[in-house]
Design a protein around this ligand. Structure first.
Ligand code: DQA
Length: 153
């Protein structure tokens, strides 16, 4: 039997609090609910999903290094998006495409959230679609892995 290709979804600090954290910005879905929806979606498309969250920058970097050979990494680095050169450097060294996801529209919020140290090295960015952004990212990755590019890209 053909091994299912793995996609990783990595989540950074405070995303474990989804569902109770700033609901007006991040909605009501918990991270476990997002994980279940993503696993179902990925599995229906023929992928194995490795879904993780940590509050620690070093842990994210270790995971990125370990996962560098998966089909793709979808990452919501949360606040580290705006601060972490170390996460950027780890992602640059990955052998796989990287998609940056944000639940909120970071461009509509405080000025310090407008800067991302990840966006210019990512294959694509999804932000402002709520937790549905993770599903959009999975669809984008599926396109990329099947066709070697995004539709019309
Ligand atoms: C976030 C946006 C970040 O600015 C923030 O620090 C987060 C979540 C988002 O998903 O909208 O923790 O990455």
């Amino acid at each position: 039997m053909r091994r299912k290709k793995t996609i990783a979804i990595l989540n950074g600090p405070n995303l474990n609090l989804l569902g109770s954290r700033e609901q007006d910005i991040y909605g009501h879905q918990t991270l476990s609910e997002i994980e279940a929806a993503c696993k179902e979606h990925a599995s229906a498309a023929g992928y194995r999903l490795d879904f993780r969250q940590t509050n620690s920058e070093g842990q994210l970097i270790d995971w990125i290094q370990d996962l560098s050979k998966v089909g793709a990494i979808i990452i919501n680095p949360a606040a580290y998006t705006h601060t972490s050169i170390a996460i950027r450097d780890a992602l640059i060294s990955c052998d796989c495409p990287v998609i940056e996801v944000h639940i909120s529209n970071v461009l509509k919020r405080e000025i310090f959230r407008r800067e991302s140290l990840i966006s210019d090295i990512a294959s694509g960015i999804i932000c402002g679609f709520g937790t549905y952004g993770y599903i959009l990212a999975l669809n984008a990755v599926d396109d990329l892995l099947r066709n070697g590019k995004f539709i019309d890209g």
